[in-house]
Design a protein around this ligand. Structure first.
Ligand SMILES: [Zn+2]
Length: 132
């Protein structure tokens, strides 16, 4: 039983080291279209400046009312050009992005309340939920 992982991106945007991609994200990715721009839930498209690979960026924040240590989660999911277009056009809702995680490797940066933060590649479907 082995899951086929689709190949996306290049050695810059999909480098084996999640830490390296995360550290250099400001230079690796060009900002595309803002799809959702709430304070606790932000979805946008990105593109690798090196290879042109499209990504969906999903940011969620959960306010920690008690301690002020808000939890933040960011997912960078590689998407095909038609998926990126559909996301920007609003015909692909951000909540459907989680199902695209099946068979794809995507970057996660987790910073739960109380820390520590963690950055890693993972694969498989995931839940897209609005922060609050
Ligand atoms: Zn790339």
């Amino acid at each position: 039983m082995s899951e086929t992982i689709a190949e996306f991106g290049c050695e810059v945007c999909c480098a084996p080291s999640a830490e390296a991609v995360w550290r250099d994200r400001a230079t690796v990715f060009a900002h595309g279209t803002d799809v959702v721009d709430d304070s606790h839930f932000m979805v946008s498209t990105r593109r690798c400046r090196t290879c042109g690979q499209h990504f969906a960026s999903i940011f969620t924040e959960f306010i920690d009312w008690k301690n002020g240590d808000d939890a933040q989660y960011l997912t960078l999911l590689p998407v095909t050009p038609p998926e990126a277009d559909a996301l920007a056009a609003g015909t692909l809702t951000p909540f459907r992005l989680g199902t695209l995680g099946a068979g794809r490797r995507y970057l996660n940066h987790d910073r739960p309340s109380g820390g520590p933060s963690r950055v890693y590649w993972r694969t498989g479907p995931f839940m897209v939920v609005e922060g609050h």
